[in-house]
Every structure is written in structure tokens, then in C-alpha cells.
Design a protein around this ligand. Structure first.
Ligand code: CS2
Ligand code: MN
Length: 359
């Protein structure tokens, strides 16, 4: 597996490329141009700027997360063709600088959704927290405004220019059933996958987080059957999945090692992280260690090892520990610890494999 670390860019992250370089076994940054509004083409000079920065630390830029999808594409509006064209231009430019994987998601309006970004844990750290009952009852407008006003950093999908449009967006999604969202996804894939094939760049959809409908909005990338359905919409190695153990793991009936084995050759990129799921449906982010949460990280790494995974991987959200001030879920310390845990399991499995052969 090839380890990467998400980086939000110069001036947009508390973490430096030098910090990332010092995490053992980390080859690259997982990056994006976060200041380009969704739907616009990514300017080549800005892409090259990131490449130069990464090059100077000898870090690769092979994985982009995310090139976000304009709502008009998800809604299936006539204007989608312009946005798809812009998307294609961005794919071509990214391919030209050697990008290998583009992660994206197809969640209406919101990206990952939590109720509390700084839930205190018993060890004195804080972490992202999802409270099932609250999400069922709360008015999304109230919650979003609270969070948008309080945040030092923009949350993914919570960009102010989109939030002011929130009621129109909710209105527009009233006409979009799950089936329609599937059709709109198929339309998008049919346009972009041939381009991805031509330029040898893999498209990898991120599962919905949490993997169920919230606020009455459709969500479709939620479980094994639906991932299979997605992969079959356009049956190409360039139409893949970013298998995120934390997003899928919020539903305890999702068997992630099973998915890794079934979809092995369609997972160009993996997110590995743990969460603790409670009986009432709440969940909180924990350290990556298996015994700290509900997701069996050991079994997951073992499954990747068994299928001979050579794709890209990154740790995902971590807790905020040691007093670190950082983007919610994206501190240096807990994610760096996560990487060491993943390598610990991986290296042990490698050693066991070698000794099996030598005995
Ligand atoms: C996710 C998303 O992995 C993550 O951090 O929670 O924010 C993810 O980056 C996007 O959904 C991918 O498009
Ligand atoms: Mn993820």
C-alpha cells in the first residue's frame, strides 16, 4: 500500500509539508484546490503551484481529494453538461501533471455530516460526533448556520456561497428520488469515465457519510450492494471506489473486509479509520486502533494484505489530541499515530508472509 496524507494547501492547513514528510512511510499528499468554487475548471497554474510545493519535499501528488461535483450534475439539470465539460477539463489537466486517482462523492448538498465537531472524550481529547436522535429532529438550517458561523475553517460542502442557497437546494432535491440520483450518477460516469480511461486516471467515489439518508435527502453509496451497482454502471477499472472504513463502518451491518475482497481491483484508494458506534445509532471518531472503536481495523488491513493491495491509502479523521488546534478531524498527531498503527499491522503481516516462505 502507498501511504498518503491529506493536505489542505498552503495557508489553508495547520500542517506543513515538512511535518508530513516526517511521518514514516508517507509518500504523498492527498490534495485539492480548495479555493476554486465547485463546478469551475481548475487553473493549470494553480495545479502546478501545488506540484512544485510537493516536489520540493519529494512528496507525490498522485491522489486528488476531491474534485467536487456541482449540484446541477447531481440534480440532473440541463446546465449539468457545462459543469461536466469543466470537470473533464480538470481531469485532463490533472492527468497532465501525473495525477493517478481522483476521489469525489455524490452526496446531495452536504459532505460528511456531524452534530458536534469537538465532542469531549474521557481521555481529554475531542472528536467528531454524530448524534442520531438530534439529526432526526433538528432543523438543518439551524445546525448549519450555527456551525458555519463558529468555524475558523470552512467545512467541506458548507461553503458560504452554497449555504446561502440552502433552501433552494432543498427545494430542488424534492424531485430527486434515489432512482433519479442513480440515473444522474450514471449520466456523469458515462461522460467522464472514457476520458479517465484515455488519460489513465482512476475515478474513485467516496461512500456517503453517514451511509444513510439525512434530512430526507437521497444517499446511495451506502453498502456493498450499492457499491456493486455503482461499479456496474460503467464497468471499467477506471470507475472505482474510495473504500472508506469509517464512513461505511457507521452501519454495523457493513462487512468491510468482505467488500475489500469482492472489489479488490476496483479500489484505487482506501481511507482507513475507526469509529465507535453506539446502540442508539450515535457514533464518535476514535483512534485508529481496533480495540478503541467498532471497526475491525486489523481485519481490514489483513484483507488488503491478502488481496495484495498496491493502491493508495490514507488515515482518515482523527481526534484532536495534545492540545492541537487544527481543522476538525484533520490534526497531525492522531492521524500520524494512525499511520504508524496501519504500518505496524502491515509490516507484521509482511514479515509473517516472508517467514512462511522461508520455513
Ligand atoms: C470524508 C469526506 O474522507 C473524508 O474525510 O469524510 O470529506 C471526503 O473527503 C469526501 O467525501 C470525498 O469526496
Ligand atoms: Mn473517508
Amino acid at each position: 500500500m502507498r501511504m498518503g496524507f491529506r493536505w489542505f494547501g498552503e495557508g489553508n492547513d495547520t500542517i506543513s509539508l515538512q511535518d508530513i514528510k516526517q511521518i514514516p512511510g508517507t509518500e504523498g499528499i492527498v490534495w485539492a484546490l480548495h479555493d476554486i468554487p465547485v463546478g469551475e475548471e481548475w487553473p493549470m497554474e494553480k495545479i502546478l503551484e501545488v506540484k512544485e510545493q510537493a516536489d520540493s519535499f519529494n512528496l507525490n501528488i498522485d491522489v486528488v481529494e476531491s474534485v467536487n461535483i456541482h449540484e446541477d450534475i447531481k440534480l440532473g439539470l440541463p446546465t449539468r453538461d457545462t459543469y461536466i465539460q469543466n470537470y473533464i477539463t480538470t481531469i485532463e489537466r490533472l492527468a497532465a501533471v501525473g495525477v493517478k486517482v481522483i476521489c469525489y462523492n455524490f452526496m446531495p448538498i452536504f459532505d460528511w455530516f456531524r452534530v458536534d465537531l469537538y465532542k469531549p472524550l474521557s481521555d481529554g481529547s475531542t472528536a467528531l460526533f454524530y448524534e442520531h436522535a438530534k439529526v432526526k429532529d433538528i432543523d438543518p438550517f439551524e445546525l448549519v448556520n450555527q456551525n458555519a458561523n463558529n468555524l475558523e475553517y470552512k467545512m467541506p460542502g458548507w461553503e458560504p456561497e452554497r449555504l446561502k442557497d440552502l433552501s433552494n437546494l432543498f427545494e430542488a432535491y424534492k424531485n430527486v428520488s434515489e432512482e433519479k440520483l442513480w440515473n444522474n450518477l450514471a449520466y456523469f460516469l458515462e461522460s467522464v469515465i472514457p476520458v479517465a480511461e484515455k488519460h489513465d486516471i482512476k475515478m474513485a467515489i467516496h461512500p456517503d457519510d453517514p451511509p444513510w439518508s439525512i434530512f430526507g435527502l437521497p444517499r446511495i453509496i451506502t453498502n456493498k450492494e450499492n457499491i456493486r451497482k455503482h461499479l456496474n454502471l460503467v464497468d471499467s477499472p477506471y470507475n472505482g471506489v474510495t473504500l472508506c472504513s469509517g464512513s461505511l463502518g457507521a452501519n454495523p451491518s457493513n462487512n468491510i473486509p468482505e467488500m475489500i475482497k469482492e472489489f479488490a481491483d476496483r479500489i484505487p484508494f482506501a481511507h482507513i479509520r475507526n469509529i465507535k458506534v453506539f446502540e442508539n445509532g450515535d457514533f464518535v471518531e476514535t483512534s485508529h486502533r481496533t480495540c478503541d472503536g467498532s471497526v475491525d481495523i486489523t481485519e481490514i488491513v489483513k484483507a488488503y494484505h491478502e488481496v495484495g493491495f498496491t493502491g493508495y491509502v490514507r488515515p482518515d479523521h482523527g481526534r484532536h489530541i495534545w492540545g492541537e488546534k487544527c481543522r476538525p478531524g484533520y490534526g497531525l498527531y492522531d492521524r500520524a499515530l494512525g499511520i504508524m498503527y496501519l504500518w505496524g499491522i502491515w509490516d507484521t503481516l509482511e514479515r509473517m508472509k516472508e517467514s512462511r516462505y522461508s520455513n
